[in-house]
Design a binder for this molecule. Structure first.
Ligand SMILES: [Cu+2]
Length: 127
């Protein structure tokens, strides 16, 4: 009986600690998503990535939250040497980087997504 009580008490403590830790982790995930700019990739024929122009702040960490509405794409910002993992339809891919210089930068698609793949692009404006 004594051992059972000790086990029950340990279990209760673990559940309480787990709940509190879980809430903090969940809030952390929500917070990190709030700071991210969402870009929805689409083939050129379907309207290209939206938004097509994204504004970022120089010297501040940027977060891009990427998804696709048709086929698999990829993101490359050649002048910043920033690449994403493949952007699959209905999934989220995150890219974090800190733009060090102001200016206008292109982002392009890295995965052949249609015959007009080379036109899948957008702009990042760093101010
Ligand atoms: Cu492409």
């Amino acid at each position: 009986m004594k051992k059972l009580e000790i086990f029950a008490n340990i279990l209760i403590v673990l559940v309480l600690v787990g709940t509190v830790v879980g809430i903090f982790v969940y809030e952390g995930i929500l917070e990190s998503q709030r700071e991210c700019v969402t870009i929805r990739f689409r083939q050129y024929e379907r309207g290209n990535p939206t938004p097509n122009t994204v504004h970022l702040k120089k010297g501040e960490e940027a977060c891009l939250r990427l998804t696709s509405e048709d086929t698999t794409h990829g993101l490359n910002i050649p002048d910043m040497k920033v690449y994403s993992e493949p952007i699959h339809p209905g999934k989220w891919t995150y890219v974090r980087f800190t733009p060090e210089k102001s200016g206008t930068y292109s982002f392009v698609c890295t995965i052949v997504c249609s015959p007009m793949h080379s036109r899948v692009r957008g702009k990042l404006i760093v101010e």
